[in-house]
Design a protein around this ligand. Structure first.
Ligand code: GLU
Length: 550
């Protein structure tokens, strides 16, 4: 009588290595106490999703702050869904964000001693482990056709029985080894299933790094572990990979919580310590008052490329995602205005459990903060590189006079509270148009919002006086005293107390006077530091604008 060993040899005649050999080939890592080994394990099925960037960031951050290892593993066993080249694109896009793996799949070849890091290249590792399970009677060939499975499903549905290939419904679970061997020799196609001994009425518990202890019904399904095409399923592959890659923490989307009992069942059948899991909340969106997942089809913000095309700085997006990740992050930023994420201590305990809500206003807020904390020397080159692909007008302006753009971007930078004008690079163009005569013309044509309490002739003569007597090339204080003198000369109060005590005795206060100048020069009440604006525009243009404002 044939036994499981004969069956295993028939199914995997070429496999001579054992699980013990693999244990030796991938020894425990020699890392300092507390160092974490994490991985980002995308399937190469398309563009970088915003949720995937979030997952990658969390894994990267957690490994890095612990002095551990962050891996990139390409999970390409679903050949029907694989899109050629998308794995390389993911690496490229993550690279833009500085999320570079210590080990993993690389377009020009793997890096690291625990590879291969591409599942389709790990075929024999999986087959070695499956051979081991078959030898022990823990896995078996299942010869069901699609029609056979459909029949089981229909029967279960008609009788209101939980669907699935388990227990008495696992048709080929108890075939004799002789029959299994005969059918394989007969050339019948098959998949390999794991023989579960779980009971759906029992609970299995595990401690999720974010959610704490979870109790879920045990797995009792004989899941497919090796498909007809010779590649493993996700369930099996991730268990084997995370065991032999010596992963200490699997951070993945919460959609995997329901199948975690399968994974725990597999770990236990193999006699391996399960990895720790952290199931990350899915990023949601508010749509007509209802929360729903970001959708690849409906929401442009589901794709990371959208933010890059719009000119959001990569650091701003990461900072925003970290804010979604940890509830104490925003408070941390108050004392850490450089937003240096490597200095922030991320923790799973501080992760919110509800689906994180995507909020474009909050993203813009953080991007403004991040760009506000930088100077032209980093902002302008990045804006130029972005504009080259995405914004002709800005690219032309920077190419024509980069120093001029830099002076504009640096306005008020060295003040206690630097300005935070720009949420993205596109706004460097739209919010600074008044610095360009050709863009100022239409602003002027639209009419200036001068305060109506001043009559036109008065404004005209005041601005003419300014045109003649404004001082240039001096520090802000000296210049401001000059403006005050001009204001006083034209009937404005330069002392607020005096003005308040007797407002009708004056035209207005110095603030009113400065506003008239500001509007004449920029077309807006909101423009940045007037002294810097004047110095950047230069005397000739300032005089021309003051004289032609009315
Ligand atoms: N390839 C799986 C996915 O893209 C990975 C899940 C995991 O990180 O284990 O969803």
């Amino acid at each position: 009588m044939a036994d499981y060993k004969d069956l295993a040899n028939l199914m995997f005649p070429d496999i001579t290595e054992t699980v013990d050999d693999l244990e030796k080939r991938y020894p425990a890592r020699n890392l300092p106490e507390g160092a974490q080994v994490t991985r980002f394990a995308p399937s190469p099925t398309g563009f970088l999703h915003t949720g995937s960037l979030f997952t990658a960031l969390v894994g990267f951050k957690y490994a890095k702050q612990s002095g551990g290892v962050y891996m990139f593993r390409l999970e390409d066993t679903d050949t029907k869904r694989t899109i050629a080249g998308s794995g390389d694109e993911l690496i490229d896009q993550l690279g833009n964000f500085g999320i570079v793996a210590d080990e993993g799949y690389w377009p020009d070849g793997d890096r690291g001693a625990y590879g291969p890091y591409q599942q389709s290249k790990r075929r024999d590792i999986y087959r070695t482990v499956i051979k081991h399970l078959v030898e022990q009677g823990k896995a078996y060939p299942d010869f069901c056709t699609a029609e056979d499975l459909e029949k089981i499903r229909a029967y279960q549905e008609a009788n209101k029985i939980l669907p699935g290939y388990y227990g008495e419904f696992a048709r080929d679970r108890n075939l004799s080894v002789d029959e299994q061997i005969a059918r394989i020799n007969n050339g019948e196609p098959y998949v390999v299933r794991y023989k579960s001994h779980g009971d759906h009425n029992n609970k299995v518990s595990f401690v999720d790094a974010i959610r704490g202890k979870l109790d879920i019904a045990e797995n009792d399904v004989d899941v497919v572990i090796l498909k007809g095409d010779g590649l493993p399923t996700y369930h099996f592959a991730h268990v084997v990979d995370d065991h032999f890659m010596r992963t200490t923490l699997v951070s993945r989307g919460e959609e995997w919580i329901p199948s975690t009992p399968i994974h725990l069942d597999l770990f236990s059948a193999l006699g391996w310590e399960p990895t720790k899991y952290a199931h990350l909340p899915v990023i949601m969106k508010l749509d007509n008052g209802n929360k729903r997942k970001l959708s690849k089809r409906k929401d442009p913000e589901a794709a990371v490329s959208y933010f890059l095309q719009e000119g959001y700085p990569t650091k701003g997006l990461l900072v925003y995602l970290m804010n979604i990740a940890n509830s104490n992050f925003e408070e941390w930023t108050i004392a850490n205005k450089d937003f240096e994420l490597s200095h922030f201590q991320f923790s799973f305990e501080k992760m919110s459990l509800d689906g994180a809500l995507f909020d474009i206003d909050k993203l813009q807020y953080f991007c403004r903060e991040v760009l506000g904390a930088e100077h032209a020397d980093t902002i302008v080159p990045a804006a130029k590189a972005w504009a080259k692909e995405n914004n002709e007008k800005l690219y032309a302006k920077i190419s024509a006079d980069e120093a001029y753009v830099s002076r504009i971007v640096n306005i008020d930078k060295d003040k206690q509270n630097p300005r935070k004008d720009f949420a993205n690079y596109a706004e460097i163009e739209t919010k600074t148009r008044f610095f360009y005569d050709e863009d100022f013309a239409p602003i002027k044509a639209a009419g200036f919002p001068f305060n109506e309490k001043f009559d036109k002739e008065f404004v005209k003569s005041f601005l003419a006086d300014c045109a003649e007597n404004m001082i240039y090339g001096v520090d802000e204080m000296t210049w401001w005293n000059g403006v005050k003198d001009l204001a006083a000369k034209n009937g404005f109060a330069t002392n607020n107390k005096e003005y308040k005590a007797n407002p009708t005795a004056f035209k207005g206060n110095t603030g009113d006077a400065a506003e008239l100048i500001r509007i004449a020069l920029t077309g807006s009440k909101m423009a940045p530091n007037l002294h810097e604006v004047i110095e950047i525009l230069g005397k000739d243009r300032v005089v021309a604008r003051l004289l032609s404002a009315i």
